[in-house]
Design a protein around this ligand. Sequence first.
Ligand code: HEC
Length: 97
Amino acid sequence: MAGVQIVARPPALYGYCAACHGANGAGGIHFPDGAVSADLRPAALEQPPHPYTLALLERAISTGIDNDGKPLDPVMPRWKLSHRDLRDVALYVLSLK
Ligand code: HEC
């Protein structure tokens, strides 16, 4: 079960994401360059025309390319993770309510 797996991982990744996106993924934190941390909850990620899939989330987290193929604001880190950890983090994001 995906959600269980990520909880078992070292909690640091969750902590870093939560620092900007909030513990519940709601985001909404404003940064000096004008960026606003994204809402990572399903209602936001599932927006058409390109709803986030697991693969698109992995790409966004690791390369900063969003679901529309556009670069995310540089405030969003380009995370360097093993493939397994990247998958776990993306699955965790998909498990947010
Ligand atoms: C330093 C602050 C910061 C941290 C830490 C951070 N993010 Fe972000 N993130 C942002 C900002 C700001 C945006 C919005 C960028 C934009 O609008 O172009 C964003 C956007 C995203 C998006 C794209 C959402 C969309 O609607 O396109 C995803 C997915 C995401 N973050 C996931 C994560 C995950 C997972 C982590 C932890 C591994 C993380 N972020 C850590 C600041 C952060």
